[in-house]
Design a protein around this ligand. Structure first.
Ligand SMILES: Nc1ncnc2c1ncn2[C@@H]1O[C@H](COP(=O)(O)OP(=O)(O)OP(=O)(O)O)[C@@H](O)[C@H]1O
Length: 655
């Protein structure tokens, strides 16, 4: 997906390039509105013409239909069968009514006429009863199908979103696709109902058109001409709304983000202490007002389009009635027939109008289902690959060989620059370095979350980029700096470390012990079954350090070959920190490899090997004592930290 510079079409397209509001600039660093020149959507917009609507509709309908079949095959069969049956029943009843009318004027006595039309009357009654029954079947099938279609579409969306590479999730263009495809599921649901209404409108239009054609052949084209302006209005409106939606999708997400921040439990203390509420509310209002202005703009243009369409309809209506008058005056049509024609024109134009509107609505919904399809295709393209080379069972080491990595979309210096290092397995390896030196990035590359642009990561002699990713993740457990605090029970918070296996009590106990969390779990109101979520009934609140133990416990529960711990003890008290390192040491003694990222250099003495990073490059490697003796960056940082504990005269205040 690439951005393109130019604009898609006309006045509306330029709106995407409107200068950013003060809120957009301050909070989000620039305009949140997309330039609709983005290739795929621009194309979708251009293709939103009457002709493309006709040509694309079958394909779009096909995708809706496939979703429906996937959701509930039986309900689809019932729906299609009942709608066709209803059409047939209505046609049959029309024919029978015709017979009844003909019979009523043909017979001699009233009795004989009534007797003559009796069979046809029975057919009418039977056809209407069948039609009513089929309508009930169709209502039930639609009601059953709709939520299932929405669920299947939502699952397709969520499943794809969870399978893509991390780089895709971090990519704003992919997010844009996620934003627009989000509506695909509810659109798919509404499509089902639309199809139903279209069949209904079509049946009544065909009936009225049939009557009109019989009355006089010129009346049918006139009826169609009366519908053209409203079809045009619906199409133009749909086109503008769809384009506006795509221009404003990120802006809407930002508005939702602000409202979430105002109600979010995590942000609540800061919102209150720093008085952030009015500030956020001010910007929420500013963003909402900008979105409202866009709605008002659309409404204004729609009103204008509506007026033009109404005058078109007026002209066509006058032309129709003038033609009728002409036919009457010229003696080409009897007065009684003209009366019927007026009624047929009124009902026919009504049903054709709603048919056009429904088809247009269906087309609009189908476009969002199309967005969902596009997301699925793009997500499949960016999915974590399956299959690949097997990793060695017990690799002796993992080697970074001249690895260079720059984050996608970043044009600054690389986060890792020509890094070569060895991670011997079964040891504790520490990564040390200043903020932003590339430690976490290196760990993420080791975990297979990103692929280096240059160089290789070798598990013995297997290149990680060619390896089976599933196998690779299977070997790794990670306690990230910002590990997830799942709003679930304590048990689920541990067990989610290895979600693919049934929960094991023995494994849970070991994880709790290794994380030094026995006391914590014992003190929870419902033990492991305590819900660790604020804002939920029965939810319990943990401290930062307590959460950190849960995070460590989760990684222990995973029982993987390699454990990556990024600042694992930052929130632990001194006693807990010592205990945590004892446990980490025990894990390494048991054969696991521990990659430890920390700024606490006192803890680094537990490591067997230390790699020191500076601005994305490896500057030192060795055992902690060797590095101290060498007097390089590590020694400098160590001395700096140690001096903070040294007893001496208080420093003069800078203030
Ligand atoms: N997801 C990302 N997208 C783009 N750039 C990133 C991303 N994550 C990190 N960076 C950049 O990569 C560089 C290295 O960051 P990294 O998180 O690896 O540093 P670190 O050594 O772990 O820092 P710290 O000690 O502060 O945690 C930084 O310049 C950072 O801005």
């Amino acid at each position: 997906m690439r951005r393109r510079g130019g604009h898609g079409g006309g006045q509306e397209a330029n709106d995407g390039a409107a200068p950013p509001s003060e809120s957009e600039r301050l909070l989000f660093g620039g305009s949140l509105r997309y330039d609709v020149g983005w290739s795929q959507h621009e194309q979708a917009f251009i293709e939103l013409t009457a002709w493309s609507m006709v040509t694309r509709l079958p394909r779009l309908l096909g995708s809706g239909f496939r979703l429906a079949l996937q959701a509930d095959r039986r309900a689809v069969h019932a729906l299609v069968g009942s709608e066709f049956g209803r059409g047939a029943a209505q046609a049959l009843s029309l024919l029978a009514i015709n017979r009844v009318l003909a019979g009523l004027v043909a017979g001699t006595t009233i009795q004989s006429r009534l007797r003559g039309v009796m069979p046809a009357l029975i057919v009418v009654t039977a056809a209407m009863t069948i039609s009513a029954l089929l309508r009930a079947v169709s209502t039930y099938a639609t009601g059953r199908l709709e939520p299932k279609v929405e669920r299947v579409a939502t699952e397709a969306y969520l499943e794809r979103a969870s399978r893509v590479e991390l780089a895709a999730i971090e990519d704003d263009e992919f997010h844009r696709l996620l934003d627009s495809a989000r509506f695909g599921a509810s659109s798919a649901r509404r499509m089902m109902d639309s199809i139903n209404r279209i069949v209904n409108a079509m049946i009544s239009f065909v009936t009225a058109a049939g009557v009109l054609t019989v009355l006089h052949p010129v009346l049918l084209p006139l009826l169609v001409a009366m519908t053209v302006p409203s079809a045009w209005r619906a199409l133009v409106t749909a086109r503008r709304r769809y384009q506006s939606f795509h221009t404003w999708t990120q802006h809407s997400r930002a508005g939702a983000l602000l409202s979430q921040m105002l109600t979010n439990v995590g942000a609540a203390p800061e919102v209150r202490v720093h008085g952030v509420g009015p500030f956020l509310l001010h910007h929420f209002r500013a963003l909402s007002e900008a979105a409202e202005a866009e709605q008002a703009r659309l409404a204004r243009i729609e009103a204008r389009t509506g007026l033009i369409a109404a005058s078109g309809i007026g002209v066509a209506t006058v032309a129709t009635y003038l033609t009728l008058g002409g036919l009457l005056l010229g003696g080409a049509m009897a007065l009684s027939v003209a009366g019927t024609a007026v009624i047929a024109i009124r009902t026919g134009s009504g049903s054709l109008n709603s048919l056009v509107l429904e088809i247009n609505g269906l087309h609009q919904e189908a476009l969002f289902v199309g967005d969902l399809e596009r997301l699925c295709a793009e997500a499949d393209r960016r999915a974590i690959p399956t299959g690949g080379k097997s990793l060695p069972q017990q690799p002796a080491s993992i080697r970074f060989d001249r690895v260079t990595f720059r984050y996608p979309g970043s044009d600054g210096p690389p986060a890792l620059d020509d890094v070569s290092l060895t991670i011997p397995t079964g040891r504790i390896i520490a990564l040390v370095g200043g903020n932003g030196s590339g430690k976490t990035t290196l760990a993420k590359l080791l975990a297979g979350l990103y692929t280096p642009q240059r160089g290789r990561i070798l598990w013995d002699d297997v290149d990680a980029t060619e390896a089976d990713r599933q196998q690779l993740s299977d070997r790794i457990a990670m306690v990230a700096q910002d590990f997830t605090r799942w709003s679930f029970t304590a048990r689920a918070n541990f067990a989610i470390g290895r979600p693919e296996i049934p929960i094991s009590d023995a494994r849970l106990r070991a994880a709790v012990r290794q994380a030094g969390a026995q006391e914590l779990v014992a003190e929870l109101p419902r033990g492991l079954d305590t819900l660790l979520a604020r804002g939920f009934r029965g939810g319990h609140q943990l401290s930062g350090g307590q959460w950190q133990r849960i995070g460590i416990g989760r990684a222990s529960y995973r029982q993987s070959q390699i454990l990556i711990v990024d600042e694992p003890t930052a929130a632990l008290d001194a006693r807990a920190e010592i205990k945590a390192f004892d446990e980490i040491r025990a894990l390494a003694d048991g054969g696991r490899t521990v990659l430890l990222i920390t700024h606490r250099l006192a803890s680094v003495r537990h490591a067997d090997l230390v790699h020191v990073l500076d601005r994305g490059r490896i500057v030192e490697s060795g055992a902690p004592d060797e590095l101290l003796a060498a007097g390089g960056l590590y020694a400098e940082l160590y001395e700096l930290q140690a001096s903070q504990f040294a007893v001496g005269p208080p420093r003069q205040s800078l203030l």
